[in-house]
Design a protein around this ligand. Structure first.
Ligand code: C2E
Ligand code: MG
Ligand code: MG
Ligand code: MG
Length: 278
């Protein structure tokens, strides 16, 4: 009786699992096809000096123009891609597309100081990233100082990773390095000293609570102070109100990004914005 019951619940569980695995495999397949059919594109979200007066760079954010579902957010498909090797292929595509865009802007005299590219933890191992960055810089002949890589705390914490040496090599190429969503991962403050970083990006969740929660304010203050002490630039993500911007400015934050000034934009929209503000 007991064995039967167990078997029953076991098979129920595995049916559920099968359905979930099936859905995931299906999405993976559609993503693979999307890559082949060139259904991905990059949007660019402007980053500003904290007074909002100067464009300091843009962050490249992937979008999927799915023929069936329209524009799909990366929040929906990047986590799935990250569960398979697919994220490497997508990550490579993003890196080269962003660098080609930098080269194109350079040729056409469009002045974009810096383009930040998101790098998933899985792209970090095996020195692969270093070689990839080296070859894309060579192919596109862009100024390496115009490229910034956004890494996550979990990416840097992955065991067995010779991250310090590789990041130093990336920096030696002239590329700059940012920590994305700072404060939300398994952070160890020790690594901030070891890794050759340029920028800390304060996660949007802290910006959200900056004016309402005491602990968020304490954390933001601490990150900004840390940045100052370690000689790193600090950028706040997800700034939606002028009150948040003013408070961040008061606390000594250097840059921000958020709907207050601009959403992620298509290339055409971004160029139009530059023309209208110059
Ligand atoms: P992220 O790198 O932290 O990017 C910031 C996200 O916050 C973007 O969402 C952006 O549109 C959104 N955002 C910016 N300002 C505001 C604001 O003021 N209010 C609100 N509500 N949202 C704001 P998006 O484009 O949907 O990207 C979500 C996440 O997907 C990214 O978070 C990043 O982790 C991942 N992602 C996007 N593109 C790529 C990529 O090319 N490669 C990898 N590996 N991940 C990517
Ligand atoms: Mg990012
Ligand atoms: Mg972020
Ligand atoms: Mg984020």
């Amino acid at each position: 009786f007991k064995a039967k019951e167990q078997r029953g619940s076991l098979s129920f569980f595995s049916d559920d699992l099968t359905a979930a695995v099936h859905r995931r495999l299906q999405l993976e397949q559609r993503l693979r096809r999307a890559l082949e059919q060139q259904e991905f594109c990059l949007y660019y979200q402007p980053q500003w000096s904290i007074d909002g007066q100067q464009l300091t760079g843009v962050e490249a954010l992937i979008r999927w123009q799915d023929p069936e579902c329209g524009l799909v957010s990366p929040a929906e498909f990047i986590p799935v891609a990250e569960q398979s090797a697919l994220i490497r292929a997508i990550g490579s595509w993003v890196l080269s597309r962003a660098c080609e865009q930098i080269a194109d802007w350079h040729r056409r005299g469009v002045r974009i100081p810096r383009v930040a590219v998101n790098v998933s933890p899985q792209q970090l191992d095996h020195q692969h990233l270093l070689h990839e960055v080296e070859s894309v810089l060579q192919q596109t002949c862009i100024d390496p100082a115009q490229l910034e890589l956004e890494l996550t705390e979990s990416g840097l914490m992955s065991p067995g990773l010779e991250a310090v040496e590789m990041l130093a090599s990336l920096r030696a190429l002239g590329v700059s390095l940012a920590i994305d969503d700072f404060g939300t991962g398994y952070s160890s403050l020790a690594y901030l000293k070891r890794f050759p970083l340029n920028l800390l990006k304060i996660d949007k969740s802290f910006t959200d609570d900056l004016l309402t929660g005491e602990s968020a304010q304490a954390i933001v203050e601490m990150i900004i102070m840390l940045g100052h002490k370690l000689g790193l630039s600090v950028l706040a993500e997800g700034v939606e109100s002028e009150a948040q911007r003013v408070e961040l400015e008061r606390l000594g934050c250097h840059q921000f990004q958020g709907y207050l000034k601009s959403r992620p934009l298509s290339v055409e929209e971004l160029e139009a914005l530059l023309l209208s503000s110059s």
